[in-house]
Design a protein around this ligand. Structure first.
Ligand code: FAD
Length: 385
């Protein structure tokens, strides 16, 4: 038990993905006695199968853009706090379009991002070829290329491992893996404890629910939130002798280095062919589609093949936006679920710690509260009385 000043607070964080790890790290740093309960392995859920691009481009409306920008800044602060961040790479992104019907949106997004002060500029083909000689510049066609120097990507599993290690070593947090929370127990409308599948009971003052794609599940007395999750598919090549450092985004294709010479490939149109996560073959049709699209930009991928192809759930709260705040039914139950969780997580962790442990409310989060889902349901129910 750790008592800081006159404040003593126990916090159970459910889930150890990038969101749960961030919440646990920041709550422990704020002085809470933190226990993380994880059903599987650390960051083994969606966070293990993420393109993990830190960005705010195309994120609208303004409060959602601002939240993503705050996440990008929080990644830089974390790197400063740790002295080094072996999970974080910030080498910028190139973006272009080849489909004429999407050009208006492309130019409008560039204009909007500039107006909102986001780092973006035009860059010519010659300069791109100097920076990234592995790219076949024919892939750009006649489209102007935009360059986002402040964007980067994260290895979410390493991020979670480092943050949880720091939370344990610096502030005594406990991390328990292979333990599924089955019930949030209440008394008098307040959280009192959580129970796990092995029958253990953990008394607590607050529960931070960071279960991502599982957050629609009822846990005993505590309801979940409505989700409209989709499926994500990623292919990874074997190590290839490329010097690519930047991310590449063209139409619905995303490419980036994934360590040790591997290239990660993502295409939204492939995601959309799935209704649930499936086990796919690296020599199957989806892998071939992804590799073919990527090879048009990086020709040396053509003979490389795909080493692994993975699918998972993308956790989307029902309206697509972040859900962060106290749940309306039970005092002490806090929900932290979002897509773009890799970008937003370090900021979300700070918000959780301020609101749950320090009692400091973030006004800028008002549009992201869980209440919005239940108000609509309550109004619908009232309309039927
Ligand atoms: C293909 C793809 C590409 C993406 N690209 C990007 C991107 O470029 N940029 C970006 O910012 N975001 C991106 N995302 C989204 C981002 O990856 C997610 O928002 C983020 O990983 C969610 O993290 P999380 O911690 O909320 O969820 P998870 O990582 O899924 O963690 C939830 C954890 O909770 C545990 N859990 C669930 N129920 C229980 C229970 N009852 N008891 C105990 N433990 C439980 C699970 O085992 C899991 O480990 C992408 C996602 C996908 C799939």
């Amino acid at each position: 038990m750790r008592i800081i000043g006159v404040i003593y607070m126990r916090v159970v964080v459910i889930g150890s993905g990038i969101v749960g790890s961030s919440a646990a790290y920041e709550c422990a740093k704020a002085g809470a006695d933190v226990i993380v309960l994880e059903a599987g392995r650390i960051a083994g859920g969606t966070s293990a199968v993420s393109f993990a691009w830190t960005n705010a481009t195309t994120k609208r409306p303004r409060p959602y853009f601002d939240l993503n920008v705050s996440g990008m800044r929080a990644h830089l602060e974390l790197r400063r706090d740790f002295g080094a961040a072996p999970w974080f790479t910030q080498t910028g992104s190139f973006d272009w379009r080849t489909v004429p019907e999407t050009m208006d949106d492309y130019f409008e997004n560039f204009r909007q991002m500039r107006e909102w002060g986001y780092g973006v500029d035009w860059i010519d083909k010659k300069r791109v070829a100097e920076m990234e000689p592995d790219i076949d510049v024919c892939a750009f066609g006649d489209c102007p290329i935009s360059y986002y120097p402040e964007e980067g990507w994260v290895d979410p599993v390493l991020y979670s491992a480092w943050l949880l290690r720091a939370a344990k070593e610096r502030w005594g947090a406990q991390v328990k893996i292979g333990l599924r929370v089955t019930e949030i127990e209440t008394d008098g409308g307040r959280v009192r404890a959580v129970r796990t599948a092995d029958g253990e009971r953990y008394a607590t003052d607050a529960v931070v629910n960071c279960t991502g794609g599982w957050s629609s599940e009822r846990l005993g007395d505590a309801q979940g939130i409505p989700l409209s999750s989709t499926i994500g598919v990623l292919a990874i090549t074997p190590p290839i002798a490329l010097t690519l450092r930047s991310q590449l985004h063209a139409d619905d294709l995303d490419l980036r280095p994934d360590g040790a010479g591997r290239i990660m490939i993502h295409k939204v149109s492939v995601d959309m062919t799935f209704k649930k996560p499936e086990t796919l073959s690296p020599i199957g049709d989806e892998a071939a589609t992804l590799l073919e699209a990527a090879s048009r930009v990086l020709p040396s991928l053509r003979s490389a093949g795909v080493e692994a192809i993975r699918t998972t759930v993308r956790p989307f709260p029902e309206d697509g936006y972040t859900c962060a705040g106290a749940m309306p039914d039970i005092a002490g139950h806090y929900m932290a679920v979002t897509h773009s969780g890799v970008t937003i997580a370090p900021q979300l962790g700070k918000v959780v710690a301020d609101e749950v442990v320090r009692g400091k409310i973030h006004e800028e989060m008002e549009t992201f509260r869980p209440q919005r889902f239940f108000q609509a349901h309550t109004q619908r129910a009232a309309a039927h009385v």
